[in-house]
Design a protein around this ligand. Structure first.
Ligand SMILES: Cc1cc2nc3c(=O)[nH]c(=O)nc-3n(C[C@H](O)[C@H](O)[C@H](O)COP(=O)(O)OP(=O)(O)OC[C@H]3O[C@@H](n4cnc5c(N)ncnc54)[C@H](O)[C@@H]3O)c2cc1C
Length: 350
C-alpha cells in the first residue's frame, strides 16, 4: 500500500455486504490515504466509469455485480480538532466503524450520538443517507464533510448547509457518482441534551433501574438502552443477512394522510418534512398487508419486524428485489401509498 492504495481484480464482495449476497467487483480499490485520490482518478476506469464506494455494505442490495470499480476507504483516524470546554469538533476518517466511533465519543465525555449507537457501517456512509434512529439524525451533529469531488478532481470541504440533508437523504445520496466522503467533522457537546421521547427508551432505562427524569442520567446510559433495544428488535446480520429497514417511511401530503387516518385510525403518523406533509409508518402498512414472516425460498421478511427483508441463506439479490417490489405493490394497491427502498440497489433499478 506504498502509494496509499491497493488494487485487486475480480474481488468477491460476499463478506462485504450485510445481506451476504454473492457479488464480484471487476476491480476493488482500497484507499488508505485520501491524498492519493486525485492520482487514482487519473486512471480511465475510475475517471470515466461508474464507481461504487463501499463502506460496510449495510445499506446496499447487490441485485447484480457492480458494473465498475468498487472503492473502499480504509483510513481509521479519530481526533479532536477543536475544543472550547463546552463543545468539541471531532474529525473521523471515512473508514472508522460507526459504532466504534459512537463509543469513542462517549468515552471522551462527548454527547450527541448516543441514540445512534449500534447502527452498522462506517463514518463515511453516515452522511450519505443522514442516518437516524430513536428521534435523532446525524445531521444534527455534523459540522462539515470532507470529500473528493470527482468532477473537479479535488478534495474539498462541505459545511452542513451544503450537504442538503433531509430524511434519509442528502446531496451525496441524490448524486452518488459525484462525491466520495473521505472524513467527517462532528460538533459534540460536553453537556448532555438527551432525547428520550422516542418509543421504548424510557421503559428500557426503567428496566435498567435508571430514572429517566434524573439530572444525573448519562449519555452512555442512553446509548446502553438503545443498544439493548436494538439487540432485541433487529436481526443480527452476522446471523441472518439483512440491511436494516428496507423501506423508508413514506412522506405524503396532508390531503392524502387525512382520509387514511379516518379509515385507519391505528396507522402511526408523524409530522413530515413540513406542516403540510405527514410521515407514515411503512412498517405498519407492510404488516397490514400480511408480510411479516413471509418467505419466498431464502428471500423473506423478518418475523419480528415487517420493514426488514432477510436472506435465510442463499437468496439472490434479484429474489430479494422481486420480493421488495411485491411488498411495495401490495401497499400501493391497498393504501394508495408508494413506498421506496432505503438501501441502494446495485445492478438493477427500482
Ligand atoms: C441491522 C441494521 C440496522 C440498521 N439500522 C439503521 C438505523 O437505525 N438507521 C439508519 O439510518 N440506517 C440503519 N441501517 C442502514 C445502514 O447501517 C446505514 O445506512 C449505514 O450508514 C451504512 O453504512 P455502510 O458503511 O455499511 O454503507 P454502505 O452500505 O457500504 O453504502 C451505503 C451507501 O453509501 C455510499 N457510501 C458509503 N461510503 C461512502 C463514502 N465514503 N463516500 C460516498 N459514498 C459512500 C455507498 O456508495 C452506498 O450508496 C441499518 C442496517 C442494518 C444492517
Amino acid at each position: 500500500m506504498s502509494a496509499g492504495y491497493r488494487i485487486s481484480e475480480r474481488a468477491r464482495l460476499d463478506a462485504r455486504n450485510t445481506f451476504g449476497i454473492s457479488a464480484t467487483a471487476p476491480m476493488l480499490v482500497e484507499v488508505q490515504d485520501a491524498a492519493a485520490m486525485p492520482e487514482l482518478f487519473g486512471y480511465a476506469m475510475l475517471r470515466d466509469g461508474p464507481v461504487l464506494v463501499l463502506g460496510g455494505g449495510s445499506n446496499l442490495l447487490f441485485a447484480g455485480d457492480p458494473p465498475g470499480a468498487v472503492l473502499s476507504l480504509t483510513a481509521q483516524r479519530i481526533g479532536i480538532v477543536a475544543d472550547d470546554g463546552a463543545t468539541a469538533i471531532v474529525r473521523a476518517d471515512a473508514g472508522v466503524g460507526w459504532h466504534d466511533f459512537v463509543l469513542w465519543t462517549l468515552g471522551h465525555g462527548l454527547c450527541g450520538m448516543e441514540n445512534l449507537a449500534l447502527i452498522p457501517g462506517t463514518v463515511g456512509a453516515a452522511p450519505i443517507q443522514n442516518i437516524g434512529a430513536y428521534g435523532v439524525e446525524v445531521r444534527d451533529c455534523i459540522h462539515a464533510v470532507e470529500a473528493f469531488d470527482r468532477r473537479s478532481g479535488t478534495l474539498l470541504r462541505l459545511d452542513r448547509q451544503a450537504c442538503a440533508f433531509a430524511y434519509r437523504d442528502s446531496l451525496f445520496k441524490r448524486d452518488p457518482e459525484h462525491y466520495i466522503v473521505t472524513s467527517v467533522e462532528f460538533v459534540l457537546s460536553r453537556t448532555p441534551k438527551l432525547v428520550l421521547d422516542y418509543a421504548g427508551i424510557q421503559d428500557e432505562l426503567h428496566g435498567m433501574g435508571l430514572d429517566s427524569t434524573s439530572q444525573d442520567l448519562r449519555a452512555s446510559q442512553v446509548a446502553e438502552a438503545v443498544i439493548r433495544i436494538r439487540r432485541r428488535k433487529l436481526p443480527d446480520p452476522a446471523v441472518l443477512g439483512n440491511a436494516g429497514s428496507f423501506f423508508k417511511n413514506p412522506i405524503v401530503p396532508v390531503a392524502v394522510a387525512a382520509p387514511l387516518q379516518a379509515t385507519h385510525p391505528a396507522l402511526p403518523m408523524f409530522r413530515g418534512s413540513s406542516d403540510d406533509t405527514r410521515k407514515l409508518s411503512a412498517a405498519w402498512l407492510i404488516d397490514q398487508c400480511g408480510w411479516k414472516g413471509h418467505r419466498d425460498g431464502d428471500a423473506g421478511v423478518s418475523g419480528s419486524h415487517a420493514l426488514v427483508l432477510v436472506n435465510h441463506g442463499h437468496a439472490s439479490g434479484a429474489a430479494l428485489l422481486a420480493l421488495a417490489r411485491r411488498i411495495a405493490d401490495s401497499v400501493q394497491s391497498r393504501f394508495g401509498v408508494a413506498i421506496e427502498p432505503e438501501p441502494r440497489i446495485i445492478g438493477a433499478t427500482w
